[in-house]
Design a protein around this ligand. Structure first.
Ligand SMILES: Cc1cc2nc3c(=O)[nH]c(=O)nc-3n(C[C@H](O)[C@H](O)[C@H](O)COP(=O)(O)OP(=O)(O)OC[C@H]3O[C@@H](n4cnc5c(N)ncnc54)[C@H](O)[C@@H]3O)c2cc1C
Ligand SMILES: *[C@@H]1O[C@H](CO)[C@@H](O)[C@H](O)[C@H]1NC(C)=O
Ligand SMILES: *[C@@H]1O[C@H](CO)[C@@H](O)[C@H](O)[C@H]1NC(C)=O
Length: 534
């Protein structure tokens, strides 16, 4: 018996992609969303309900639009390269209406329980208990796609901060932070330097009397604006760079990248010096932080030793009086609708390729978007959905349980050298992970045959940004617009920047011609090298 009716839990970016892929493959999706709108994390709410993720008003993506798009639906060409949350919502609404997704979503419907149907071992079916209008209803589905997000539980480690109970000022998690208005003229301490910590500290520092940013491990600060003003991810996430990285010793790449970032501003002088090498930990983006530090609006601090009623004492012995503390200490994820004894997940949440739980007799339940790609999440979770739907339909088989466990262990070992922190096994390298899933599905672009039949496209795929459209060129789910989308991606990057028409166009185009010719020559050599070495 094959899967027909699929429950999709959550209508964030992962859920929307999952609904679309189910429809594309002829399944019947029914999506349950506890909020009354699509978009998940990207919805800005002044007062989020408890249990909903929240974002601050100014949140702008740290992945650029060409790398962030759904694989068969590029962002409109006039959209800026980095996307404000309101623009992201616009894009998601266009996507949902273009593919007719809204009628498959039930809003204000919270999934409370997912459990195996009594004859699961033969049917693979699931019982899904949904609460709407304070009434519970049980549905039966052939398959379940869990797209409930992994920023749904704030991590507030108060136990690590002695004296916080007696601190008389205000303290909150960055999750509750919306805009800087309530911090005007205040002395504010931000704890933790992730993407949120850097953003929040910078934003508040414009209006606060003083902002302190406390970090134990330091951070390498990346810039959205990369060489020649191109978006960072679209410049660095290329197949060409990936080949170089494979053959170059890691310490060289670390040094090269660290020198590059230090040439913008010296991380040691700025009090940001990290205890880890740059590739060992997740990336922090902030275009503004060095400006706030050099103007003294943000002062870097070590870890907090303890709080008094009105101040924080740091590990270096200094003491600063403080009015408010913001904990930018990250998030945890949880699946409250799965019982601990349901036999679906083990305590470590092991999943084959971060998607399929291994112990199930039938592969009819999958997790979508529960990972941290060092890149955009939309294309990653969309590709996961495409694979999952093929497994649901029986077109692709999963390996045996022991092979899946072996793969999970291999990933854990790799993660241990990639990130020093073993809890971060969900961190993946973007191109590697996309290719891995694409291979399962048979949609990885075949560069060798492209080199013979379509050299222009091959060059852009190899040297250009590794955009999601590459995974729509061949195999199941092929999209006729993919080739054009790839060949016009650079135009879409430039279009929103060129809002002031210049009299005579600069020499940009001849430069492009030269680099393309040189590329074509190098391309052949690198290919021969790749083929012989891989
Ligand atoms: C501050 C911040 C900035 C980020 N910036 C970027 C970025 O620039 N680029 C990028 O690619 N990624 C970014 N991310 C990662 C982000 O997680 C993804 O972009 C994406 O929003 C994840 O989507 P999702 O659909 O998987 O989860 P979510 O957006 O969390 O959506 C999950 C949905 O499921 C619903 N739900 C949960 N439980 C239930 C239930 N029991 N019943 C019914 N519905 C339920 C929720 O209401 C929600 O609508 C950022 C994350 C954060 C926190
Ligand atoms: C939550 O995540 C933090 C780090 O982000 C980690 O230290 C902590 O152990 C996690 N807590 C739980 C309950 O998983
Ligand atoms: C973007 O920011 C989010 C939220 O802090 C983070 O989880 C993600 O890793 C960042 N993306 C990149 C490519 O660094």
């Amino acid at each position: 018996m094959s899967v027909k009716k699929v429950a999709v839990i959550g209508a964030g970016v992962s859920g929307l992609g999952a609904i679309k892929i189910c429809l594309e493959e002829g399944l019947q999706p029914m999506c349950f969303e506890k909020k009354n709108d699509i978009g998940g994390l990207w919805i800005y709410e002044e007062m989020p309900e408890v249990g909903n993720p929240g974002v601050y008003k100014s949140l702008t993506s740290n992945t650029s639009k060409e790398m962030t798009a759904f694989s068969d639906y590029p962002f409109p060409d006039h959209y800026p390269n980095y996307i404000h949350n309101t623009k992201m919502m616009e894009y998601l609404r266009m996507y949902a209406s273009h593919f007719g997704l809204m009628k498959h979503i039930q809003f204000q419907s919270k999934v409370c329980n997912v459990r195996k149907h009594p004859d699961f071992s033969s049917s693979g079916q699931w019982e899904v208990v949904v609460e709407a209008n304070r009434k519970q209803k049980t549905y039966i589905f052939d398959g379940v796609m869990i797209c409930s997000g992994h920023y749904n539980k704030k991590n507030l480690p108060l136990q690590d901060f002695s004296g916080i109970q007696r601190f008389q000022g205000r303290y909150l998690h960055s999750w509750e932070y919306k805009h800087p208005d309530s911090f005007v003229g205040k002395r504010v301490l931000v704890i933790g330097i992730g993407n949120s910590g850097a953003d929040v500290a910078g934003e508040i520092s414009r209006v606060a009397e003083q902002v302190f940013l406390s970090t134990r491990r330091g951070a390498w600060i990346w810039n959205r604006v990369w060489d020649n003003g191109n978006p960072m991810d679209a410049t660095l996430f290329t197949r060409y760079n990936r080949v170089i990285q494979k053959f170059c010793p890691k310490f060289l790449i670390n040094s090269w990248t660290e020198n590059k970032l230090n040439s913008r501003f010296n991380h040691a002088n700025y009090g940001l010096q990290a205890t880890h090498r740059i590739l060992d930990y997740k990336t922090v983006f902030s275009d503004d932080l060095p400006n706030h530090i050099i103007t003294g609006r943000v002062l870097m601090k070590t870890n907090v030793k303890e709080f008094t009623e009105t101040s924080a004492i740091f590990e270096d012995g200094t003491e600063e009086s403080i009015d408010a503390v913001i904990f930018a200490t990250g998030y945890n994820f949880s699946f409250p609708f799965l019982d601990d004894d349901s036999g679906i997940l083990d305590s470590q949440h092991s999943m084959f390729k971060l998607v399929f739980p291994v112990q199930l007799e039938k592969p009819t339940l999958a997790f979508i978007g529960i990972l941290q790609p060092a890149g955009a999440i939309i294309p990653t979770s969309e590709l996961q959905s495409r694979w999952v739907v093929h497994v649901f339909k029986g077109l692709k088989k999963l390996p045996s349980e022991s092979d899946m466990l072996a793969d999970i262990n291999r990933r854990k070992r790799m993660a241990k050298q990639f990130v020093k922190n073993p809890r971060d096994v969900r961190q993946v390298r973007y191109i590697d992970y996309m290719d891995e899933i694409a291979c399962e599905l048979g949609v990885k672009p075949n560069l060798l045959s492209l080199l013979l039949w379509d050299i222009k496209l091959a060059i852009e795929i190899f040297y250009g940004p590794c955009t999601p459209y590459q995974y729509r060129l061949q195999g199941p789910g092929k999209w006729a617009g993919a080739r054009t989308a790839i060949l016009t991606q650079r135009d879409r990057i430039l279009k929103p920047l060129r809002t002031r028409m210049l009299q005579h166009s600069e020499a940009a185009s001849s430069g492009l011609f030269w680099s393309k010719s040189v590329c074509a020559i190098i391309l052949f050599c690198v290919f021969m090298l790749t083929i012989t070495l891989m």
